[in-house]
Design a protein around this ligand. Sequence first.
Ligand SMILES: *[C@@H]1O[C@H](CO)[C@@H](O)[C@H](O)[C@H]1NC(C)=O
Ligand SMILES: *[C@@H]1O[C@H](CO)[C@@H](O)[C@H](O)[C@H]1NC(C)=O
Ligand SMILES: *[C@@H]1O[C@H](CO)[C@@H](O)[C@H](O)[C@H]1NC(C)=O
Ligand SMILES: *[C@@H]1O[C@H](CO)[C@@H](O)[C@H](O)[C@H]1NC(C)=O
Ligand SMILES: *[C@@H]1O[C@H](CO)[C@@H](O)[C@H](O)[C@H]1NC(C)=O
Length: 584
Amino acid sequence: MRRLNKNYGDPPKFSDLGGGDISRDQQTRFGLNPLKLLGCFVVCLMGLSVLFSISIILKDSSPNSIWAVADARVLDNDIASPRDFGQEDDPMESFVKHKKKLHSAGFEHEDKLLGGLLSSRLDQDSCLSRYESASYRKESPYKPSSFLISKLRRYEALHKRCGPYTESYNKTVGKLKSNGMIEEEASDCKYLIWVSFSGLGNRILTLGSAFLYALLTDRVLLIDRGVDMDDLFCEPFPEVSWLLPLDFPIYDQFKTLNQKSPECFGSIVSNNSSSSSSSSSGYVYLHLVHDYDANDKLFFCDQDQSFLKNIPWVIMKSDNYFIPSLFLMPSFEQELLTLFPDQQTVFHFLGRYLFFPRNPIWGLITRYYDSYLSQADEKIGIQVRVFDTRPGPFQYVLDQILSCSLHNNFLPEIKQNESSVTPKNQISKAVMLTSLSSGYFEKIRDMYWENPTVTGEVIQVFQPSHEGYQQTGKKMHNRKAWAEMYLLSLTDKLITSSWSTFGYVAQSLGGLNPWILSKPENETTPNPACTKAMSIEPCFHAPPFFDCKKRSGIDTGEVVPHVRHCEDMSWGLKLVNPIGVNVA
Ligand SMILES: *[C@@H]1O[C@H](CO)[C@@H](O)[C@H](O)[C@H]1NC(C)=O
Ligand SMILES: *[C@@H]1O[C@H](CO)[C@@H](O)[C@H](O)[C@H]1NC(C)=O
Ligand SMILES: *[C@@H]1O[C@H](CO)[C@@H](O)[C@H](O)[C@H]1NC(C)=O
Ligand SMILES: *[C@@H]1O[C@H](CO)[C@@H](O)[C@H](O)[C@H]1NC(C)=O
Ligand SMILES: *[C@@H]1O[C@H](CO)[C@@H](O)[C@H](O)[C@H]1NC(C)=O
């Protein structure tokens, strides 16, 4: 990691973080061994110098030549100079890089940078998904605001200036070591540390929430890598890592931080002792976990937020998508509405900006997609999460899935007593079902094997994995879970389960307004089986119900038109587009 900061003049070397499989990839992709490469390099250098002379002679006559295109691509990275070719430590490496740039220029997808959402300053090979995902997705019906784009570029600059092992970082860490007592030169960087906590779906949602809070408060987001954060996600910011260095002084205290800690925001603000306990340890702990109390919830009050303004280190633990409540805070409201003129796109954009599967997971995703989904005329995702502690599968859940699918035209009816073969319709539908149990997938697959459809459509049913039970913290398990969420987000139509953060991630990333399976009561199939979601946003499961001005209870789902109660959880809050523009 330290190599990242070694030399800002060099192209980013995120492949350092990516493990060994990348360099092996490079060799196989080009089918070159080092000797051949060296030969090519020499020949190409000669060729290039000839081309160069020609290009000087022809100067203005052919601006559209291949050379001009390739040249522009090298130069527009603003790191390239003649030096880039001649004096690099490793000429072979720079040749390979250059060749790749030429190579990729031809295959570029129109909207590789997602409408300007992504920075062009990241290395392609360490994170293939960042540049390839655009060719697996339909183009988003939503466009990021120019304010959001410029805010992200400004954040990237801040991150580069303040990230791990920069001068400012070292200085601010110094404050922590000296317990905040020594007044060194003030550092201008403030940090938000996100502590890895809870299941994968929750982690993705809370990390998105933490990032938005960091954007709003000019903090630098650094993440605790936990068991596998660095295994699952690419580095999102150019040049400087977002991973909190392992030698961070109080890393080992994260596990024990809780509501009773003297550094806990809730106890500090409720005890009037604002200055004493925070400055003594140099940081404040934010407890935004579902079991948080009325004092912790003061985080969502402007007057108490102001206390955090000058704290250099804020450490956050959460298992909730808390963004909807930020929209109810006057100090953030205007900026949020400008960043997201269409309020239902908050996690859609933050998620697409932050979360890219690392190469091994991208392999899981693309191999599955190419094998099972790419050929179908329509791709349907069904995400089943059953909150019943017994093993299952359950008939009432199967009935519910079928009822929702059949009544809302996801799947065609079958002809049960038909012995003759129906004329074949050319339309094929691929159904990808995700569930901890394989029972639902098997029953639905058999149903369309044993019976013809009334429409003659060809129905293929698949399920990537069935792990029996949720295993938080296992590496391959989480890789597959992330791959499945991502695959669901690549479908055309989506059915999700109530209360499931797995489904929220898929729907928001995909920009898909799902049908949500209602939560069954008393082991009976609910009627209706599912309801159409109001928006593509996730639901905040544990919002505060507090009026910060009046200091009394209030229904926070009734304050502004764009923050409503969720379809799947009556006390939850979610962002909706007040104009009611719904995209299927
Ligand atoms: C910050 O500190 C680390 C050691 O903790 C050191 O390796 C690095 O060079 C320092 N960065 C700067 C910019 O001085
Ligand atoms: C509040 O402050 C007093 C004195 O500063 C201290 O004794 C007490 O433990 C604090 N209570 C909490 C909940 O932090
Ligand atoms: C906090 O201080 C204010 C006035 O400064 C006082 O009215 C209030 O009772 C105090 N609250 C607590 C919990 O000590
Ligand atoms: C199918 O046929 C069986 C007997 O042949 C009959 O009992 C049943 O009602 C029929 N079902 C339908 C849907 O027509
Ligand atoms: C569930 O069953 C209990 C007792 O059998 C009953 O009181 C309750 O109303 C039922 N709930 C629903 C939603 O049907």
